[in-house]
Write a protein that binds this ligand. Sequence first.
Ligand code: FMN
Length: 184
Amino acid sequence: MAEIIRILAFTGSLRQGSYNKAALRAAQKLAPEGVAVEIIDLAGLPFFNEDLEAEGVPAVVEEFKARIIAADALLICTPEYNFSIPPVLKNALDWASRGEVTPVSGKPAAIMSASTGMLGGSRVQYHLRQVCTSLNLLVINRPEVFIAHAHTKFDEEGNLTDDRTAQSITRLLTALADWTRKQK
Ligand SMILES: Cc1cc2nc3c(=O)[nH]c(=O)nc-3n(C[C@H](O)[C@H](O)[C@H](O)COP(=O)(O)O)c2cc1C
């Protein structure tokens, strides 16, 4: 049997009822055979500060970087804030870009976004791709998953209720797993 692909998943939304968190939980359930999705919370990461870094990288940041190193691939599901990347997510990526060992460099990744707007976060995805280039994350280009009008795609418990979105997420996970196996 092929080796399991371990995907580390996170979002830039801290909101309890977040559609992006809900989309990650859906991805966890939809993961194809041989793929395991682990979701982590970015809430505990302090704001990046070079002074803090010089004093000694906080344990919570070291733990975050270790989780990235241990993962075969990353899945980022992000809201769009004012056409761009939420600060929580950018902050996490900034921490991950630092140090002698930059855990993100060369790591396969996939992006999706959920938004209450009609574009589903398309603008944030292209900003995020630009940042991922700086980090040398190897982000797959297709399929693109934009969850538009997210408030209509999940029930009150945050369960995904839209079949087309479920199919898109499944396709994305399959493509990410294939891409990750090619990189190994
Ligand atoms: C500060 C802020 C800025 C936002 N800007 C955008 C935006 O540029 N485009 C968009 O589609 N939605 C925007 N929204 C609406 C988000 O899509 C919506 O709040 C969404 O539910 C956030 O994701 P979450 O449910 O995962 O927290 C914004 C929301 C906030 C709080």
